[in-house]
Design a protein around this ligand. Structure first.
Ligand code: 6R9
Length: 631
């Protein structure tokens, strides 16, 4: 299968074709995949409902494309290189044949434990081989995987299990992350006290620490494997059957369970992978993202495996045992494409280049970034020190909701430009909207990003809440998808994403909704209300600033600030702890009672001179007080 665009001319042609005749364009691509039954209609959509369906009537199984299909041609090629947390531990090299066998065996374990097509299975695991096996095993039998990032708290885990009423939990005794161990089983036990839908919990041994055992639901992963064989035919799936749910934060309390379906997701994750990274036969590709993030789903597992690539799965962190770990791995495996987040780049750039110079990075051909806007300084640091000015950098913009990369350069094919994601992939039709909700015709412009036409891997709904899906993504502009980001466009049509226009803050590459953090703070018995905003931070990109109103008579001190941080860590996770907590008497509000975060954001970012009009506030006097006591 080759879906690759190999020249600028070919990109332009493909783009034009994708706009003029989208069905023909996608048919030709989809024809290169393995289908059990061909689709009868390429696309059906109505964004007033909103509804989008691709490859209607088609039947397939994504694991046959990712595994079975390769057995004859590349069965002995390494599919996954599993690099452990500690360089002292042995790397695992798993061939396509071995991965196929492991996935089939574990799929049988799932079946033995009651899993059926359509069931939701929650996966709360470290970045180890078994995590990939678990995901693919779900897909094999048509169960819907919902991966929860293994850094989340028990409350966050329980909320996600309950939202999707998952029946099985896959977890591990613990997980290694740098010099720390996350007690995953203990956290899961805590979550399960409030997650009654879980009937079985399958526990993988990783850290071999002591755990508490609940005989009514717990079973050992390795013991279950002894009871099955590795023969498991793939379930037949319709294109529009659900493949997975992945949660992303929203601006109101509850996380949104984005639903991705089998056919369109398979096509787009693979098409984008091959084109963006220009992966060539025999290359070693590494995406350092977590699988609990859409980037990991699409660009560690599905896209690379369906393409027959060799993909690295790294369990650890960039700083352990020292700040050279990423580069040591690049040298060790002769990595050709390396894909990471700006937050990691900024963290590494703080340390001496001697951590880099020790290693031979000459195998690198392509560098990538994803997750947030990359600032000019970090871009150049990456280009100079890692790419040695010879590797194109792909700055890839997309969202959990999109399934795959939407705006980016194609490595070595289209031009990169520092801080710009640049151009849309074929099939993606971005536009900029003005304040009156009209498309801006002028090429060089600034506005709100919107997408005008469906692409195959758009999330089909928010699990259990289609109304919210409609409100969040399709009500800002009629008949356009609204991603919630602002953007600039240069005279050549390159897009630069400037950031969220709603209340989500990206801290160290993690997309954190501020509302659930506020909800958590407000749960504290001494707190009335709070507002959380982001402010620019050298290392994290953005950090959190919490404005908190305590009850009258409550003594305000460091202890209280500590308690507030604790409550956030316990409810959401340590990543969401505010850097700054300012106790205030009131919060600026609109007349309808909404907190004006725009003003707080300016204060937190030291842009007090450009606060704008505060006269529409219900209580303009509080602003002065907040500014005077700013931290
Ligand atoms: C893949 C992912 C989505 C939000 C998105 C935007 C920001 C992602 C970016 C970027 C500028 C890039 N974002 N990539 N901003 N340049 N290359 O991050 O998904 O976690 O859902 O976050 O991240 O604001 O709207 P997700």
């Amino acid at each position: 299968m080759s879906l690759q665009i190999q020249s600028l001319e070919a990109y332009k042609e493909a783009y034009q074709k994708s706009v003029e005749n989208p069905s023909l364009f996608w048919d030709e691509i989809a024809n290169q995949f393995l289908w059990r039954k061909k689709w009868t209609k390429t696309l059906e959509y109505d964004w007033t409902v909103p509804e989008t369906k691709w490859f209607l009537g088609g039947q397939m199984n994504i694991t046959e494309n990712a595994l079975d299909r390769h057995l004859e041609t590349r069965g002995d090629q390494v599919a996954l290189i599993c690099e452990p947390n500690s360089p002292e531990e042995e790397t695992k090299y798993i061939t396509y044949k071995e991965l196929h066998s492991k996935v089939c065996a574990f799929a049988n374990v799932l079946k033995r434990n009651g899993a059926k097509k359509g069931d939701r299975i929650c996966i709360y695991m470290p970045m180890i081989l078994e995590l990939s096996v678990a995901i693919l095993a779900c897909a094999r039998i048509g169960a819907i995987h919902s991966v929860v990032f293994a850094g989340f708290s028990s409350t966050a885990l329980a909320a996600r299990i309950n939202d999707a009423t998952c029946s099985i939990l896959l977890t591990a005794d613990g997980g290694f992350r740098g010099d720390k161990i996350t007690p995953l089983k203990d956290i899961a036990d805590e979550a399960l006290k409030n997650a009654p839908s879980i009937k079985k919990s399958i526990i993988c041994q990783r850290t071999y620490q002591n755990i508490t055992w609940n005989p009514s639901i717990d079973v050992w992963w390795h013991e279950e494997l002894e009871k099955v064989d590795d023969n498991c035919p793939a379930e037949t799936m319709d294109s529009e059957d659900m493949l997975f749910i992945l949660y992303t934060s929203g601006s109101t309390g509850k996380p949104k369970g984005m639903v991705h379906t089998c056919g369109g997701y398979m096509i787009y994750a693979t098409y984008s992978f091959q084109n963006v990274f220009q992966y060539k036969e025999g290359d070693i590709y590494w995406c350092s993202a977590d699988i609990g993030w859409i980037t990991g789903h699409s660009y560690i597992l599905y896209g690379p495996l369906i393409s027959g690539a060799t993909s690295i799965l790294f369990e650890g962190v960039p700083s352990y045992p020292d700040y050279g770990r990423f580069w040591q791995i690049c040298e060790k495996h002769k990595v050709n494409q390396f894909y990471t987040a700006p937050t990691a780049i900024r963290a590494l750039a703080k340390h001496p280049t001697s951590f880099i110079d020790k290693y031979d990075l000459s195998s690198l051909k392509v560098l990538g970034t994803v997750g947030e806007p990359i600032n000019e300084e970090a871009w150049h640091w990456y280009d100079d020190n890692i790419g040695k000015n010879k590797c194109p950098i792909v700055d890839t913009w997309f969202q959990t909701e999109n399934g795959g990369i939407m705006i980016t350069s194609l490595a070595g094919i289209t031009e990169s430009k520092p801080t710009y994601a640049t151009l849309p992939l074929p099939g993606i039709q971005p536009v900029l909207m003005d304040v009156n909700s009209n498309e801006i015709e002028k090429v060089e412009a600034e506005g709100i990003l919107a997408i005008k036409y469906p692409w195959p891997s758009i999330a089909r709904t928010i699990y259990g809440d289609h109304e919210r899906y409609k409100n969040v993504y399709f009500s800002a502009y009629e008949n356009y998808y609204f991603p919630g980001d602002g953007a600039l466009r240069d005279e050549r049509g390159n897009y630069r994403i400037t950031g969220r226009v709603d209340d989500v803050v990206i801290v160290s590459g993690h997309n954190l909704g501020t509302a659930p953090i506020e909800n958590a703070i407000n749960e504290h018995e001494k707190i009335v209300e709070s507002a959380v905003v982001g402010f620019p931070h050298d290392l994290k990109g953005f950090a959190l600033y919490a404005f908190v109103i305590p009850y009258d008579g409550v003594e305000v001190n460091d202890e209280l600030a500590k308690e507030v941080r604790e409550v956030v860590a316990n409810t959401i996770g340590p990543i969401a702890k505010p850097d700054k907590i300012q106790f205030v008497k009131g919060l600026p509000k609109t007349r309808s009672g909404k907190i004006m975060r725009r003003i707080l954001r300016k204060i937190a970012s030291n842009e007090i001179d450009s606060l704008g009009d505060v006269s529409t506030l219900l209580n303009p006097e509080v602003v002065k007080n907040i500014i005077e006591n700013k931290l």
